[in-house]
Design a protein around this ligand. Structure first.
Ligand code: SAH
Length: 296
């Protein structure tokens, strides 16, 4: 998830290396998946979206004909170390000083990165890697993003307290928790039920229970709570989803989104909306997991 600028040939080699590493780590991810799945078979807890409010579908953009409020299984056994110790705090400070502060000057973002215990969002088998500047597997073929990239994307959103922000791709929940440090209006959508359920439980355990989280195909955004001052997409579609643009505030709304072919490297874009005028600025090259669709 770092910035890659290289020739096509080097990219090929890197892709092969990533495939190799992926294959090596598969058994470990598999075990983790089984445990979460087993846990999910026992009691389940619903988390439905909070008070639906008014549905404000904008004209001319696709909306799903049926989007049920679905169950997201809450794991009974949570494979996370939630406690924040002197050791984890010190490791986090080191990470922020060496990898984040050189890239991001916004003090509020730095403060958020210092506050959120990233180790609590990764499976315990990766605890000792939680404060390295790398993406890590979280099961179901997905990963928690690299911390320096989370910080850069958050800074691009230029959030002010009270802004309403939507994240597509809750994953581990880490990025959403960072956003919650900056504003109390955080909405996040995850397509994989087990990940949505696990993130929900971590939010509650860590005191982020007022993050609005749901399980759905985030392509359609979250109409009930639009418009959003900011939208951050943490999986890569191959085009800019029209419903997300429609739900971006016309009053200077900002969206950060990686766009590119599935499985390849993508460009990270900063999209800004002023009235009906949309501007797009290409920021850096990144490698995110693919944006999947409900129908696949
Ligand atoms: N922001 C996350 C990164 C997770 S990786 C974090 O901080 O950990 C991206 C996530 O996007 C994955 O969990 C994947 O399942 C999810 N995703 C992919 N397509 C999606 C879609 N259409 N709607 C919602 N989530 C999606």
């Amino acid at each position: 998830m770092i910035e890659y600028r290289s020739s096509r040939w080097i990219r090929w080699l890197m892709a092969l290396a990533v495939l190799g590493i992926g294959a090596l780590s598969l058994p470990a991810c598999g075990r983790d998946d089984d445990r979460v799945r087993e846990a999910a078979e026992t009691p389940v807890e619903t988390f439905l979206s909070p008070s639906p409010g008014e549905v404000t579908a904008l004209a001319g953009t696709p909306t799903p004909t049926f989007r049920p409020l679905e169950l997201a299984p809450t794991p009974v056994y949570l494979d996370r170390q939630l406690a924040d110790t002197d050791e984890t705090r010190a490791a986090r400070r080191r990470l922020v000083q060496t990898r984040v502060a050189p890239l991001v000057t916004d003090d509020t973002v730095i403060g958020a990165m210092l506050a959120v215990p990233r180790h609590a969002f990764v499976p315990t088998q990766y605890l000792d890697l939680a404060y390295n500047d790398h993406a890590l597997p979280i099961g179901y073929g997905q990963s928690i993003s690299q911390p320096s990239l989370v910080a850069m994307m958050t800074a691009m959103l230029d959030l002010e307290a009270g802004d309403r922000v939507l994240e597509i791709g809750t994953g581990s929940g880490y990025q959403a928790a960072i956003l919650r440090q900056l504003t109390d209006q955080v909405y996040t959508i995850e397509i994989i039920p087990e990940l949505a359920g696990t993130a929900r439980r971590i939010f509650e355990e860590l005191g982020y229970g007022d993050i609005h989280a749901t399980r759905a195909d985030g392509y359609y955004g979250w109409w009930e709570f639009a418009p959003f001052d900011a939208i951050v997409v943490t999986a890569a579609p191959d085009h800019l989803p029209a419903p997300l643009v429609a739900q971006l505030s016309p009053d200077g709304g900002r969206m950060v989104i990686p766009i590119g072919p599935p499985g390849g490297y993508q460009s990270l874009w900063l999209v800004e909306r002023h009235g009906e005028e949309i501007t797009m600025e290409r920021k850096l090259d990144v490698g995110f997991v693919p944006f999947t669709r409900e129908t696949e």
